[in-house]
Ligand binder design. Structure first.
Ligand SMILES: [Mg+2]
Length: 368
């Protein structure tokens, strides 16, 4: 099988809630870049990346698309099923730039699993359990607005809330207290600062929220700062943004910096490397969340399959990004109910992209 064409599409994904605020930045939606890979045997693969503006990760839309224009031609003529080899080919052709490689790599896995006639979860080693628990973020706002949002998510069936903190620790403690009092132990709460605090802020927050049952997520930016928090706070902790490499994962384990890690597929350049890091984290005894930065149905399908191929006992939760946006870019994601997400059962990602929504490609490259 050979890759004959790579097409890159753009799509705006406004947030259903109107806006999303974390790390003191507000975004009203995301801009998705969708990659389609065609092969000479008629099997087509899809991948998606949707950065949160330019403030959140190293990715931003213009950079991703410029990178794809460079990297796409490198893969033409190759066998799309050779995911490990092609990840090395992409690394040799372009240093770093994981967010550029991610949608290409996801599309290759979609093709490889389709060619094997298996849903991606099975192709990745097997589906463990039928569903994965979902969390819903409570965007930064006043305590009253955040409580409203939390209640709405719980009414929609979600049983895990990720409360966005990282502002003034005293105000944040008040926000958490308001939500925790109202929920009265009926939901699991994570407090995610997205690395916005100093260790000083984080420890003030922890001190003021004693007696509330929650998990602290990525209080500070660097591993060193998070280690300071870890040494002084008797509270379960997970790391997301600073779990960004194999070295970081090994250090988190060796120094006991956290109890779990969030693996965002795009941060690791797609499924090939995210899977490797995920498996190692599991073997090291770290709890795992597999997700991505954003997107809609195509991204959610990749997240669902990777989450479900993670051992159930070691996974925390994930996100149903396709329900965060007003635009659906594919059919086939099973309906979310009772706060859990299932993965499609068809081959590959198991979703069918909506041509009418995705539209014509921004650019494409094809074999001569
Ligand atoms: Mg996080």
């Amino acid at each position: 099988m050979k890759i004959t064409r790579i097409s890159v599409h753009g799509l705006e994904l406004p947030f259903r809630e109107g806006s999303y605020r974390c790390r003191n930045h507000t975004e009203y939606g995301q801009t998705a870049t969708i990659v389609r890979v065609d092969s000479d045997e008629g099997v087509t693969g899809w991948g998606e990346i949707a950065p949160l503006g330019a403030f959140y990760s190293e990715a931003f839309t213009g950079g991703v698309r410029a990178g794809l224009e460079r990297l796409g031609p490198v893969l033409l003529g190759a066998d799309p099923r050779e995911t490990g080899k092609l990840a090395r080919v992409m690394d040799a052709a372009m240093h770093g730039q994981m967010d550029v490689k991610s949608p290409l790599d996801i599309a290759l896995w979609d093709i490889a699993a389709k060619a094997a006639g298996l849903p991606l979860a099975e192709f990745l080693g097997g589906r463990d359990g039928m569903s994965v628990a979902l969390y819903r973020s409570v965007s930064q706002a006043s305590p009253e607005i955040m409580l409203d949002s939390a209640r709405r998510h719980v009414a929609d069936g979600y049983r895990r809330l990720q409360v966005k903190v990282g502002d003034d620790p005293v105000l944040d403690a008040g926000r958490l207290q308001t939500i925790a009092d109202d929920m009265d132990g009926s939901v699991i709460i994570f407090c995610d600062a997205n690395g916005a605090w100093t260790s000083h802020d984080a420890l003030r927050f922890v001190e003021r929220t004693r007696g509330i049952d929650y998990v602290l997520e990525q209080p500070c930016r660097t591993l060193d700062e998070n280690l300071v928090v870890r040494r002084h706070a008797a509270i379960p902790m997970v790391l997301d943004e600073s779990a960004d490499s194999l070295d970081a994962l090994l250090r988190i384990h060796r120094e006991g910096v956290a109890d779990g890690v969030t693996i965002k597929i795009s941060r690791f350049g797609g499924i090939t490397r995210a899977r490797r890091i995920r498996d190692l984290a599991v073997d090291l005894g770290l709890m795992v969340t597999v997700e991505c930065v954003g997107g809609a149905d195509i991204a959610s399908a990749a997240i669902a399959h990777m989450s479900l191929s993670t051992p159930e006992a070691m996974r925390l939760h994930t996100v149903d990004f396709h329900n965060w946006t007003t635009v659906s870019n594919a059919t086939g994601m099973p309906d979310v109910a009772d706060g859990v997400m299932r993965a499609p059962v068809g081959p590959g990602l198991g979703v069918t992209p909506r041509d009418d929504v995705i539209g014509e490609p921004l650019f494409s490259c094809h074999a001569a």
